[in-house]
Design a protein around this ligand. Structure first.
Ligand code: ADP
Ligand code: MG
Ligand code: MG
Length: 887
């Protein structure tokens, strides 16, 4: 039988899988000798067993009893004992932090008798009844599934009856009455009495924590954060310490550095005479942590000392929960804190400078997704704006959208394509869906450690919180701001998470400084953040083996990509070059019924194509440019079949039909496909439409010759799409070789143009060894490879059933967003190995969307590809991730 329960003294920070993050770090702090209340952790393994069978695994109860007895001995009190009760908290805590997503119950062990013992021991009636009402409230909500509103409104009523604004102003009598009300509520809503047996309370609370792993909001959060669904949560049983014992007590949260900017200093919030969640729930206004110095200097100094110990121990920003009980400081939680993207870069460089971590470690501390966030636009500081309030800059970014006041509306409106800002007095875990759907989040209460702030930072979503001049009325669906301003549901507002400002209407946005740095518009030392980004990019570039190219089919994009650090073009699509004006040539090409006519059209197209390539080769002078020959089905260039049919029918009815239209309609009918994705496209076009590919190859070769004559150094590569069999490639390659030779002969310019292929069909991957004999390079087209491996078409399935698949855990993330390592990734691995075995100097890259996805880039670097290619804007993130892959 496995061990399911571990004392805090038995664990350490490396045991997160088993003990969860909270449990592992409580153990670590205990072993560092910090003042942690004693307790023990029930492992995630026990949770998984429980979730599987719906029952505690054998032996768990006994193990809990053993550890409870030891805890009782240590504290010299027994759980819920009437005269002097031991009370405990029952706290969730998974491997990955899921702030507020699961459940915690405080004050377990109180009942109708022990509440008196607690009052006598603490010499504080009010405190004892306050603790009991909190237990009833949390237990009712969490364990017995009663709507929290029921308790909230009873509390509100009690306050208004007593004529007080805050819960701290309710006296012992009022709280005793409230306890009676709460007990009745429990009875009414759950059909049972509140359990008076302390051990039964404990066991039920443990079960409720296990079950909270599968609460809808926890499932949603895991999906958003890509946390696996089968880990389970640990449960921590911790002896209670009390922050609600009067003004010399309190509870708070702290960060060792500013999680928004990374700056070092004293950051946090403190609330006197309060317990647990009060700080983050924004129930009363907290004071800045620095004020604790004036309230309780001794605890304050000790806290700062502990914060330093923790930073030096974890070598990173830590966040902390603490409680002061009558002047005695207790540590209740720590973890390496969530931070904004900007803070991540700044902290990583600060820690190198402080000598705490080395450069490789610093690179591990930032990632491509964070860099991508820093490249989002900002509000234009020169634009005229109407500021209506200022709150806290909780999570940076510039968000514009229509004000909405509840999660449901946020989701509904965003589904219909509206951009929305979720406005709440404060958020709670039930708002998660709306927070995900919104562009940004605005609250009128709570500090930088409030639920809204923590969750928004984690998601990289813009958030302004604690804008306390705003009166947010969710029932009326509006808020008011000073100066008689009213914002109704649907009105557009703009919020700036970088400085905390809230504006009426839409404020225009401009490029972020990080983008301006990449664009070389500002110097690498322009500000602290840009300097940190520059430093990390340099570290990544120095280390990475894999190259990064860009997907680009215009000279402008190519030039931009090059400024962003692209080392060539990995995919130059040519279909864009046949749209607009040129569409009619393709139409003529398709309709041509003699060789002469066809050659005539191709001769018209040739110089146009050549000019397209000259510009790109010039922008990428000295760097490779991979040109993909025409890929999409031809009917994409033809009129829509239905429209054309109607037009022809009308024309025929009025006796006005043109011969040309009739022929076009015939052609459209002929080319119409049930499954265009699997139809006449790619190399198949080259084999079926005479002269099309050779015209393109000629244009590439002539463009290169032109560039060489102009003193340039063009490095074009010809890429054949959608090859499934080596024979297809051989046929096109032979034609290509002939064209290249003829251009060489005619221009007298020596041209070395490699010919390669895309690997984007499973058959190509499986026969990669054979294909490599005819290809000088491979480029994985991972979009098509994903479609053809899974057998679904992206456009048809993403809206249709992907959300159901994500919900049911079939994928953690869409395989179009991040490479499916197990399936599609395996084909990539296999084809790479087989290709290189056949041709050791085979160059291999990726040109699908995955080439710009940080996680996928990491995978491609591991497989040992030579380069990835992505849109110009994603080049920096890919460079960073390629560097991270080798440290
Ligand atoms: P979460 O993961 O949502 O932060 P926690 O388990 O950390 O939940 O607990 C919720 C709140 O209760 C926190 O503020 C925590 O500090 C407080 N708390 C938990 N256990 C104790 C305890 N034994 N004594 C006093 N406060 C506690
Ligand atoms: Mg909580
Ligand atoms: Mg906590």
């Amino acid at each position: 039988m496995p061990t399911y329960v571990y004392d805090f003294s038995e664990g350490n920070k490396g045991m997160k899988d088993l003990l969860g993050g909270k449990g592992a770090n409580l153990a670590e702090m205990t072993n560092l000798g910090l003042p942690v209340p004693p307790g023990f952790t029930i492992s995630t393994e026990a949770c998984r067993a429980y979730l599987e069978t719906g029952d505690e695994p054998d032996g768990l109860r006994d193990e809990i009893s053993e550890h409870l007895t030891a805890l009782e001995k240590e504290r010299g009190k027994q759980l819920g004992q009437p005269a002097d009760p031991l009370l405990v908290s029952v706290r969730s805590g998974a491997k990955f932090s899921m702030p507020g997503m699961m459940e915690t119950v405080l004050n377990v062990g109180l009942n109708d008798e022990s509440v008196h013992g607690l009052a006598t021991q603490a010499n504080d009636e009010r405190f004892a009844w306050d603790s009991y009402r909190r237990l009833l409230q949390m237990f009712g909500k969490t364990v017995l599934d009663i709507d929290g509103e029921a308790f909230e409104s009873a509390l509100e009523e009690a306050k208004s009856r007593a004529g007080v604004a805050n819960d701290v102003d309710l006296d012992a009598d009022a709280l005793r009455e409230l306890v009676e009300t709460f007990k009745q509520l429990v009875e009414q809503h759950s059909g049972r009495d509140f359990p008076q047996d302390p051990r039964e309370q404990l066991d039920l609370a443990v079960r409720a924590v296990f079950e909270s792993w599968n609460a809808p909001r926890a499932i949603l959060y895991r999906r958003q954060e890509r946390i696996p669904t089968d880990l389970g949560t640990a449960v921590n049983i911790v002896a209670m310490v009390f922050g609600n014992l009067g003004p010399d007590s309190g509870t708070g949260v702290a960060f060792t550095r500013d999680p928004a900017s990374g700056a070092q200093g004293i950051y946090g919030d403190y609330l006197q005479n309060a317990q647990g969640e009060d700080v983050v729930a924004g129930i009363r206004n907290t004071v800045p942590l620095a004020d604790l110095e004036g309230i309780d200097k001794q605890s304050y100094d000790q806290l700062l000392e502990i914060m330093e110990i923790l930073e030096n121990h974890y070598l990173d920003l830590c966040d902390i929960e603490f409680t002061i009980e009558r002047g005695k400081l207790w540590m209740l939680q720590t973890r390496v804190g969530k931070r904004t993207a900007a803070a991540a870069f700044r902290i990583a460089t600060q820690l190198i400078d402080q000598g705490l971590i080395d450069e490789d470690e610093a690179l591990r501390r930032v990632d491509g997704a964070q860099l991508a966030q820093l490249m989002f636009p900002r509000f234009d500081s020169d634009a005229e704006k109407k500021r209506i309030a200022t709150g806290m800059n909780a999570s940076p970014g510039a968000a514009v959208g229509r004000a909405v006041f509840d999660s449901y509306t946020a989701i509904k409106w965003s589904r219909s394509g509206e951009k929305v800002i979720l406005c709440r007095r404060e958020t709670n875990p039930d708002d998660l869906g709306g927070m995900i759907a919104a562009q940004g989040i605005l609250t009128s209460r709570g500090g930088k450690t409030s639920h809204a702030a923590v969750v928004a930072r984690g998601m990289g979503k813009t958030c302004v919180c604690g804008a306390d001049k705003l009166d947010i009325d969710t029932k009326q669906r509006q808020f008011t701001a000073p100066g008689g301003i009213t914002v109704d549901e649907g009105d557009v507002i703009s919020i700036d998470g970088t400085n905390g400002e809230v504006y009426l209407g839409e404020v225009p946005v401009v490029d972020s400084p990080v983008v301006r740095y990449f664009e070389r518009e500002i110097e690498p030392d322009a500000d602290e953040l840009v300097a940190a980004v520059h430093r990390m990019m340099t570290l990544a570039d120095d280390r990475r083996i894999m190259r990064v190219r860009a997907n680009s089919d215009t000279p402008e994009d190519s030039a931009r990509a090059r400024r962003m650090g692209a080392e060539g073009v990995g995919l130059c699509r040519t279909e864009h070059m046949f749209l607009g004006e040129r569409r009619k040539y393709i139409e003529r090409l398709i309709l041509a019924d003699s060789d002469e006519e066809r050659e005539d059209v191709l001769a018209t197209l040739l110089p146009l194509q050549r000019d397209d390539f000259v510009g790109i080769l010039e922008a990428m002078d000295g760097l490779p440019v991979t040109v993909r020959l025409l890929d999409p089905p031809l009917h994409e260039f033809l009129p829509d079949i239905t429209e054309l049919s109607v037009r022809v029918a009308v024309a025929e009815a009025t006796g006005d039909a043109h011969e040309g239209d009739l022929r076009l309609l015939q052609a459209v009918h002929k080319l119409h496909e049930q499954n265009p994705m699997l139809g006449l496209r790619g190399v198949r076009l080259g084999l079926v439409v005479p002269g099309l590919f050779t015209m393109q190859v000629r244009a590439i070769a002539e463009a290169a010759a032109t560039r060489i004559e102009a003193g340039g150094n063009p490095v074009p590569e010809v890429m054949i799409p959608l090859v499934g069999a080596v024979q297809e490639l051989e046929l096109i390659r032979d034609e290509t070789v002939k064209v290249l030779a003829s251009v060489r002969e005619r221009t007298g310019v020596e041209l070395k143009i490699p010919i390669g292929t895309m690997i984007e069909l499973p058959r190509a991957a499986l026969t990669a060894g054979r294909i490599a004999e005819a290809a000088e390079f491979f480029s994985f087209g991972t979009n098509d490879l994903t479609q053809t491996t899974w057998g679904f078409s992206r456009d048809d399935v993403e809206g249709a059933f992907f959300s159901a698949y994500l919900e049911r855990g079939i994928f953690g993330v869409s395989p179009f967003e991040s490479i499916d390592v197990e399936g599609v990734g395996e084909l990539v691995r296999y084809a790479t190995r087989a290709g290189r075995a056949a041709r050791p100097d085979l160059k291999i890259g990726v040109c699908g969307e995955h080439g710009g996805d940080p996680e996928s880039v990491h995978f491609f670097a591991e497989v040992g590809l030579d380069y990835v290619s992505c849109s110009p804007f994603r080049v920096p993130a890919a460079r960073l991730e390629a560097g991270r892959a080798v440290v």
